[in-house]
Design a protein around this ligand. Structure first.
Ligand SMILES: Cc1cc2nc3c(=O)[nH]c(=O)nc-3n(C[C@H](O)[C@H](O)[C@H](O)COP(=O)(O)O)c2cc1C
Length: 388
């Protein structure tokens, strides 16, 4: 995988190897994709201060997330249908994360089940929870995550209803793919992908199989999701989840200062400042533009994680400078997964780790704890967002 020098190279490779329906699903944002684009363009607007003649020998990128020692301020995000980018994709991604010494989050909407992953890896992983209408089933899922010794529960709070991705409608996204001429031709030109999926242990949503009706042949993912996800979800449900989960709790999908302040009162251990990678509210601000105000508002009362748009080591420095403890990556590793399975995810993590290390050196910092707003050049979003 050394031939891939950047995440963008992994992306191009994944586009060639993964059927269009699944690549588009991974790549896209909701509706007009304004928020998706803003995530990247706002990150790129933040300029870093180049510092020279500082001794930056012996740098250290390790830190702690939720008390866990990690080699990088990075975790892998929950990705629904990760196992459609590569056979047993969730296991591959989890193994790569654990080998690199960073957390992996398994999605409720994964292909491999909690038990599949737990049986295939050495260390605990995080589990992401979507609260669905059937609360009995959600209670069971939480219990399963506990039995599997998951070390944190990440409750996603920004998907009560599903933002539409137009490409999924156009492509007729189904899981497993429908036997249509167009799909058959596409898959026939992606033999390595087809083989890996055939060899994978599951072809549909592993955590839901046997519990939720119709998961073996879902006509329309969007329709099905809309029928299962619960628009009544409220802060009361956060309390309910907390009462069932004795371990660390992360609330993922906070984008507003007022919500962040409420999150603190729930007793959750962390929030992830996120707009779901631009896949939910189109027209919402970029996640990075909201980060400094949220970080300032919650102070040290709760750990602040960040996701949505991270594609480079410089992006990690930017987010840390604006108050994040750690970043979470989605597409950056999914591209690696599509490009080369476990080795591709390992390469994605390695690329970001090396870029982070070099960026730190060129900014004149040697440790993660030294990254603060002083590493930012002015003017930048950081200064625009500072409270008056
Ligand atoms: C293909 C795809 C599937 C996703 N599935 C989930 C999911 O099942 N649960 C969840 O909480 N977030 C999900 N997300 C959002 C990610 O966890 C994360 O917030 C987002 O990818 C971060 O943005 P980035 O891709 O720019 O790094 C998904 C994102 C993508 C791209």
């Amino acid at each position: 995988m050394k031939a891939f020098p950047s995440i963008e190279d992994l992306r191009r490779s994944a586009r060639r190897k993964v059927p269009k329906m699944f690549f588009d699903y991974a790549e896209a944002g909701s509706y007009n994709q304004e928020t998706l684009r803003a995530n990247r363009s706002d990150l790129e607007q933040i300029k870093l201060r180049q510092r020279v003649l500082v001794n930056v020998d012996q740098r250290d990128t390790s830190t702690r997330i939720l008390g866990e020692k990690v080699s990088l301020p990075l975790a892998l995000a929950p990705i629904g249908l990760g196992g459609m980018m590569h056979g047993d994709g969730e296991i591959a991604a989890c193994r790569a994360a654990q080998a690199a010494g960073i957390p992996y989050t398994l999605s409720t909407m994964s292909i491999c089940s909690i038990e599949d992953v737990a049986g295939a890896v050495q260390e605990p992983f995080w589990f992401q929870l979507y609260v669905m209408r059937d609360r009995g089933f959600i209670r069971e899922l939480i219990q399963r995550a506990q039995t599997a010794k998951c070390s944190a529960l990440m409750l996603t709070v920004d998907l009560q209803v599903l933002g539409q991705r137009h490409c999924d409608v156009r492509n007729g996204l189904t899981v497993p793919p429908e036997i249509k001429i167009r799909n058959v031709i596409d898959i026939a030109t992606k033999p390595a992908w087809a083989l890996s999926i055939l060899k994978g242990r599951r072809k549909t949503f592993g955590n839901l199989a046997g519990h939720v009706k119709d998961t073996t042949n879902i006509n329309s993912l969007a329709q099905w999701t809309a029928s299962q996800f619960d628009p009544t979800l409220s802060w009361k449900d956060v309390e309910w989840v907390k009462s069932l989960w004795p371990g660390k709790l992360i609330l993922k999908g906070i984008l507003d200062v007022d919500d962040a302040k409420i999150a603190v009162t729930t007793g959750a251990d962390a929030i992830s400042v996120s707009n779901h990678g631009g896949r939910q509210l189109d027209g919402a601000p970029s996640a990075i533009s909201t980060l400094p105000r949220i970080a300032d508002a919650v102070g040290s009362e709760i750990q602040v994680l960040f996701d949505s748009g991270v594609r480079t080591g410089a992006d990690i420095v930017r987010a840390l400078a604006l108050g994040a403890r750690s970043c979470i990556i989605g597409r950056s590793y999914i591209y690696g997964l599509g490009a080369g399975g476990q080795a591709g995810v390992a390469r994605a993590i390695e690329i970001l780790g090396k870029e982070l290390d070099t960026t730190m050196a060129l900014c004149g910092v040697k440790a993660i704890a030294e990254i603060n707003r002083d590493v930012l050049a002015e003017p930048s979003i950081a200064t625009m967002q500072r409270p008056q």
